[in-house]
Design a protein around this ligand. Structure first.
Ligand code: XIL
Length: 342
């Protein structure tokens, strides 16, 4: 029996994972065994997104979301629901909607219906996801365009009304970066000034193993917690492959391999990169432990490398190794390091 992440860190913060349909239906024996043993909270990776739960005008499909709730109850795993308002993974009828009244109707109905149905059944909602640009301004989206810049306040207000017993969070990536962080801080202050409840902020945490922005992360923990909201890391994974837009901080060899359109680690992860992954997680968890009073949760974006979205993003069909369990569900050196750090 391997040590448990959740048990090891239970006095510090909750450790969660993202799950998909096959896992909550317990069709994967390895995941079925590992999830309750290793994790203390779950996030639906896709099944509560609008395109799944609200596929057509006036038609919701709660099948998978209800299964998720039942799975969580069975295993005593609180659910961090994801997500009500997001520009991506919208149902097809929404993507082309032209008229503002219809967008407003979708928006109000969507939030109210889903948030009220699961109030008392989920622990929290990412009410709004990824609403900021890199420079901290509001991100261009159908919601901003048709509803105006107060749509985020409106979303939280509707969620608060529909789900009085559910924690309400703002979630985004790169909000540890100074400019975008400033935008997130301004947004949280704006919500508070409007008298709207916001309980926490989720920093997604999709970083590169060889380039974890520790100083920015530390600064963010301090600045966000000073606002009196919960701070969480909600979608943690440390990719070993660069993104095309990674600058000179990216590993030079990796960048070259990427530009050549290659998949350099298809046959396995070399020891040197395995070591970088382990070091990345070590540094990060040392920081998390240092700020455990300010951090309420750390959720991994998937159980094991085989599940990770980073095999298909930003380009499809690569072989990435961003999580603590490998494709055979075996704990990696990074797993044992994370246990050791505590
Ligand atoms: C990703 C899922 O992991 C993929 O399976 C899906 O195809 C696309 O979305 N930020 C978020 C998450 O908030 O919802 C995204 O999840 C990853 C980036």
């Amino acid at each position: 029996q391997i040590p448990s992440l959740q048990e090891t860190y239970k006095s510090d913060f909750v450790i969660g994972t993202a799950l998909n349909a096959s896992q909550i239906e317990e069709k994967e024996p390895n995941a079925a065994r590992l999830v309750p043993q290793q994790f203390g909270a779950i996030t639906p990776e896709n099944i509560m997104k609008a395109e799944v739960i609200h596929p057509e005008w006036n038609r919701y499909n709660f099948d998978l979301a209800d299964k998720l709730v039942a799975y969580g109850q069975k295993h005593h795993l609180p659910i961090n629901a994801h997500t009500l308002i997001w520009h991506s993974q919208l149902p097809p009828f929404m993507r082309s909607m032209k008229d503002a009244d219809s967008v407003r109707k979708f928006f109000t109905d969507h939030i109210t219906t889903i948030a009220s149905r699961y109030d008392g059944k989920v622990y929290s909602w990412d009410v709004v996801n990824e609403a900021l640009e890199e420079d901290g301004s509001l991100r261009k989206s159908i919601f901003l365009e048709k509803l105006g810049e107060d749509y985020i306040i409106d979303a939280f207000r509707l969620a608060q009304k529909a789900a009085p017993n559910t924690k309400l969070y703002y979630n985004d990536y790169n909000i540890e970066q100074p400019q975008k962080r400033a935008g997130a801080i301004a947004l949280i202050k704006k919500l508070k000034a409007a008298g709207v409840r916001i309980d926490g902020v989720g920093i997604q945490g999709h970083w590169r193993a060889y380039n974890v922005p520790l100083r920015d992360i530390e600064q963010s923990i301090q600045e966000f917690s000073a606002l009196g909201v919960e701070v969480m890391f909600t979608e943690l994974d440390l990719g070993v492959l660069p993104n095309p837009w990674d600058g000179n901080s990216a590993d030079v060899n990796q960048k070259a391999a990427y530009n050549a359109g290659m998949n350099p680690y298809a046959a396995g992860l070399p020891d040197s990169m395995q070591a970088k992954l382990t070091k990345g997680y070590e540094d990060l968890f040392r920081l998390f432990v240092k700020y455990s009073d300010q951090i309420s949760r750390v959720t991994f974006w998937g159980v094991n490398d085989g599940q990770s979205w980073l095999n298909d993003w930003p380009i499809q069909g690569r072989t990435n190794y961003p999580l603590l369990f490998d494709r055979q569900f075996k704990p990696k050196p990074a797993f044992y390091k994370v246990i050791e750090v505590k």
